[in-house]
Ligand binder design. Structure first.
Ligand code: ZN
Length: 126
């Protein structure tokens, strides 16, 4: 049986498993939502994206380097991604969603991610 490589990539799986261990219940891939967030936490009105540092240009991150060859090609590609991310973010915010971005490089420190998630989700006035 062929393995299907879809959105179940390592980093996303790890974030989901972390959220699960923290006791959060969620839906996957908000299909009806802009940008199809990786995780949807309906109870908190929050969505989570797990972004690869390279493709989504994590600012100041060593993984967000620019390849030395075909620079113009890469720059155009990156610009497209960043523009799309910004558009998705503002659409979600306009719809009233809280948006959390977890960067791939942050996965080295799950405790820190957990702390940030809690801080963000707690801010809701019940
Ligand atoms: Zn990064």
């Amino acid at each position: 049986m062929a393995r299907i490589k879809s959105k179940n990539t390592g980093p996303e799986r790890r974030v989901r498993s972390l959220l699960h261990r923290m006791g959060f219940r969620f839906r996957l891939h908000g299909r009806g939502l802009p940008g199809h967030p990786d995780v949807v936490l309906p109870k908190y009105g929050a969505v989570v994206f797990v972004h690869g540092c390279f493709w989504h240009r994590h600012e100041g991150c060593k993984y967000a380097y620019v390849p030395k060859t075909r620079k113009a090609f890469w720059m155009a590609k990156f610009e497209q991604n960043v523009t799309r991310d910004a558009r998705v973010l503002s659409s979600l915010k306009a719809l009233g969603w809280k948006v959390l971005v977890v960067w791939e490089c942050e996965l080295r420190d799950e405790a820190r991610i957990a702390k940030r998630v809690l801080q963000r989700l707690r801010k809701r006035s019940q």
